[in-house]
Write a protein that binds this ligand. Structure first.
Ligand code: PEP
Length: 254
């Protein structure tokens, strides 16, 4: 059985004191590490603080993006090995907020997935359709295109070295989460597609749902058979709310 995973995407928020309070609150509030895993993706300048506070605990940490390149004239970028130096286990790649601003394409995300796993990081690879695509009824087409771009870059076996996250763009930061049924349908479709290529990978790979997950909708979402946890943005800015979501995830298998 796949363990649940809850990941905080703190985006470009916080300060040294508020980040410290969040990390300490998370450590104090999460007691059940038997049934679920937790991770926090903080802005890069706070990675040293995440490492200092979480090192030795069961809570993992990671970056929110990284360069496709190992070093060189890429002003403002952070390399995979720099994230590894700060103890990161995870890195988010392909977030819609980066795709929309033209920083990422299907192809460059595939490349990022590959360099991340080569560096020993677990990429959290985000996919999802826009509102217009959702209304057009082409969610499956869009997410499969995004998934296939990565599979063609790294091969299906290597997909299992990361985590997938279905994040409909229209649900991110809007307070309008996808219904558990819609999220389940998409995840089941994606897992079914992977299964046709490799049944073992499909069985084991974690697929998260992201988009306005809150303490009061997490239980229904996480009870869906193909939803292995959540990628949580806005609600991770409130320690109590995020801890409550982690507790829901732990209970699902408890
Ligand atoms: C996200 O940005 O990854 C996200 C899921 O945001 P929110 O939870 O705020 O919708």
């Amino acid at each position: 059985m796949r363990r649940k995973l809850v990941v905080a995407n703190r985006k470009m928020n916080g300060s040294l004191p508020s980040n410290k309070a969040f990390l300490e609150g998370l450590l104090a509030g999460t007691h059940d590490y038997q049934h679920a895993d937790y991770a926090v993706c903080v802005p890069h300048p706070y990675l040293f603080q995440a490492e200092a506070i979480l090192n030795g605990s069961p809570i993992a940490w990671g970056g929110q993006n990284m360069s496709r390149f190992e070093s060189g004239a890429y002003t403002g970028s952070v390399s995979p090995s720099m994230l590894v130096e700060f103890g990161c286990e995870y890195v988010i790649i392909g977030h819609s907020e980066r795709r929309q601003r033209g920083h990422d394409t299907d192809h460059s995300i595939g490349e990022r997935f590959e360099v991340a796993i080569k560096a020993g990081l677990k990429p959290i690879f985000c996919m999802g359709e826009t509102l217009a695509e959702y209304e057009e009824g082409i969610t499956d087409l869009v997410t499969i295109r995004q998934l296939n771009a990565v599979i063609s870059e790294i091969g299906v076996k290597n997909l299992a070295r990361g985590v997938l996250a279905y994040e409909p763009v229209w649900a991110i930061g809007t307070g309008k989460a996808a219904s558990p049924e819609h999220a389940q349908n998409v995840l089941s479709f994606l897992r079914g597609h992977i299964e046709m290529l490799d049944a073992e990978v499909a069985k084991n790979i974690k697929i998260l749902y992201g988009g306005s997950v809150k303490a009061d909708n997490a239980a229904k979402l996480f009870s869906m058979p193909d939803i292995d946890g959540g990628l949580v943005g806005g609600a991770s800015l409130n320690t109590d709310e995020f801890v409550a979501i982690c507790q829901v995830a732990a209970r699902r298998l408890g």
